[in-house]
Design a protein around this ligand. Sequence first.
Ligand code: 475
Length: 791
Amino acid sequence: MKNDILRHLRYGLGKDAAHSSTYDWRMALSRALRDRMVDHWIPSTQAAYKSKSKRVYYLSMEFLIGRLVEDMASNLGLVDEARAALSDLGQDYDLIVKDEPDAALGNGGLGRLAACFMDSLATLGIPAMGYGIRYEHGLFEQDFVEGQQVERPETWLQQDHIWEFERPEVEYRITFGGHVEHHHDKAHWHPGETVLATAYDTPVIGWKGRWGNTLRLWAAQPVKVFDLASFNRGDYLSASRSEALARTICRVLYPDDTTETGKELRLKQEYFFTSASIQDLIRRFMSDGGDIRNLPDAAAIQLNDTHPAIAGPELIRLLVDDHGLKMDEAMALARRCLGYTNHTLLPEALERWPEWLFGRVLPRHLEIVREIEDDHQRRFPGSPRILEHGNVCMGELAFIMAHKVNGVSALHTELVKQTVFADLHKLHPQRIVNETNGITQRRWLKTCNPALSTLITGQIGDGWITDLDELAKLKPLSGDAQFKDAFMAAKRSNKERLSNWVKAEMGIDIDPAAMFDVQIKRIHEYKRQHMNILETIALWNEMKARPDAGWTPRVKIFGGKAAPGYYVAKEIIHLINDVAATINNDPVTKDLLKVVYPPNYNVTMAEMLIPAADLSEQISTAGKEASGTGNMKFALNGALTIGTLDGANVEIREHVGAENFFLFGLTADEVMERRTHPGYARAAIDASPRMQRIFGQIVEGRFSPQDPSRYHGLVGTFYDSDYFLVTCDFDSYYDTQRRADEAFKNERNWAAMALTNTASMGFFSSDRTIKGYAKDIWHVGPRPDVAEAAE
Ligand code: 475
C-alpha cells in the first residue's frame, strides 16, 4: 500500500512526497484503493456477462453518495492498512479522509436511499447497474447570512473525481423536439435537437469485495462541438447551439425536494438519462445475441419515483420503431420489465407535464402515451386517465406501465392504496406491494460510528455487518451494567467529538452531558421544524421562570436546507437562527439550553451528528412522511425517537417496543378527520396558554427586536390554516418532551432503552429491503458464489 501510494503520487500526480499537499495524498490514496477495487470489479463484471444472469437496472435522478474514500477502504477491509501506510509516510489518515468533498448528487431521502441500495446490491452479489446523471453542480451549498439561507453553487467536479472512469466509447444519441411522420404504419421521428450521452462509470464494491457493480452516470456532449458552416455565415449563436444545450442538460441538480417545478429543462434531464439508460441496456442485451422478446428475463428496470417514468414510452418506442414489434406486444413486454417506487403522497410533488410542453419536447412519446391510454381504457373502461385536463400525469403513467408499484413503508403503502392510486388499485389489486426502506449498516454504523461498532463486534462478532439481525444478540445485555456503561461511554465519546466540532466551527459551548436532541432533514412544513423551535421557546420560558427546578440540560441541534423557492421553509430557518441567537446569549439558561444550527447539512455532517444523538426528532404530521430513513439511522446508533405514527416510525416502534419510543400526536386517520373541523387551529390555540404566550413573544419581536413584524406572516398561518396541525399536536409534543427529560435523568435506564433500540434494528437494513425487491419485484437471486462466500 505504501509503495502504491508513493507510486501514484509520483506518476499519477507528478509530485514528490516532500512537496505534496493533503489533496495530493488523498488522490494518491484514492488511486491505490481504486486499483484494488478494479481487481474485484472486473471479475464481477465478467462473471455477470458470462453467466447471463438477470440484471437489475436502478434508474434514479439522484444518488446522494457523500464521501467515498472511507467507504471504499472499509468495504475492501483496508482501513487499517491504509492508516498504517500513511502513518509510515508521516500522514494522518483521518485528516486525509476529511479532505474529500461530498458527492451531493441528490436532495434528500430519495437520493440517499438509492446510494444505500447500491451498497446492498453489491454486498448481496446481485448483478445491478445504477443509472443517473453526472451533474456538474450537485445540491447547492448553504450559508447563513444574518440568519437567512443563502445558496452558493456546489463545485465538486472542480477537483479530480478519481473514482469514475470515463467511457467515451459508450455513447448514445438523445433527441428532442421536431415532428413525427407516419408512412405505411411506421412512425418516423424527425427530431429538432440532438445531444450525445456519454458514460462515466464508478465501481460500487460490496462488503469484503465479494462483488462489484457499476454506477453509470451520463454526461451530455454536443453532437457537433462547433458548427463551422454557421460560424462562417456569421451566425455565431447557432454555431454553438448544440454545445449550449449539451452543457445545460447536466449543469445542475434541481434543488426542489418534493415540489414539481414543471420546467422544460427538467423534462429534458429526465428523458436524457432515461433514454441513454434504456438504449444502453438494450444494447447490452442484444450484444449477447438475445431475442428482444426475452428482455424481461434479462432486465429488471426499477424507477426511483416518476422522474424516469418516461422509461415506459421510451422502451415501447425502441421496441416498435427500431425492433419492429407490434404496439400491444411492446407494451406487455415493457410492463414485464418495469417496477415503480412511489416516495411521496404530497400532491405538489406529483409530476404532471402540460401536454403541449411534453408534445413539443417528445412528440413521438406523446403519441405512445396516447396509445397506452387508449389500450388501458379499452381494457378498463372509465379507469383513471394518464392524460387529464391537458396534462400528462406521470404517476398514472408509471403505475400503468409497471408490473409492480411499491410504497416505502407499511403505512405509506396502505395510504398509496387508499389515496393517490385508489382507483387504479381497485383495477389492479395485486400490483401495489410494500418494501419498507432500509439503510446500509456498513456506512451508517460501521464507518460513521467506530466507537460503537468496535464495542458491538467485540461483544457479538462482526456478523452484523452483513446480517443486521445479529444485533438481536445484544438484547439480553440491556440488563448488564458493565456493557451499558461501555455503550454509554461510546455515545459520550461521539458527543465529545461533536462538542469540539461545534466549538471550533461555531464558537458555541455545549456540554456533552446534556441531552443532544437532533432534527436533521430537508426543511419542510410537513416535517414541522417549526413545531420543534416553538417547543424550544416554551422550554426556555419555563427554564427562565424556574432555573433551579432540576431541568435536564438540552442541546437542540438542527440541520437542513430549504428549496431556494420555498418561502415558508426559509422563514422557518430564519426563525430557528433568531431563536438560537437569543437563547444562546441568555446568562440565566446558559447551562440548561443551547440551540445549534450548523449551515450546509450534508451526508458527512449526518455521519457525525447521528452517532452523537440522544434523541431523534421524527415529528412529521401523520400521513405525510412516506417512510423516513434518518429515523432508522438514529435508532441504529442508539438514539431514542420522539415521533408521530408516521412512515416507518410505526414499524420502528413495533420493533423497539412502545416503551422505548416517545410517541405523541394525532394518527393519520385523526389528522384527516381533524381537517374537516373548521377552525381547529384556533380552538387548539385557545385551549393552550403556552402556545398563546409563544406566539405573543414572536409577534412582539422577542426574537427579532430589529424587525418585530418579521414573523407576523408565519404566526398568522398557524391561526388561519395550520394545514400541518402544529397547533393540534403541540401540547402533546411538549408533554412528551418532558417525559423524555425525566427518562434521561435515569442514566442506566436510558442506556437500556438506547441499547434496545440498537439491538432491535435488524429489520431496517437495506439488505433486507433489497432482498424484498429481488423476490417480489425483480425475480432475481443473489449469485450463488457470492451467497456461499457470505455464509
Ligand atoms: C420521502 N424527493 C421519505 C424517502 O423513500 C422517504 C421529489 C421530487 C424531486 C426531487 N426529490 C424528491 C422525494 O420525494 C423524497 O426524497 N422523498 C422521500 O423519500 C425514501 O424516506 O419519507 O419524503
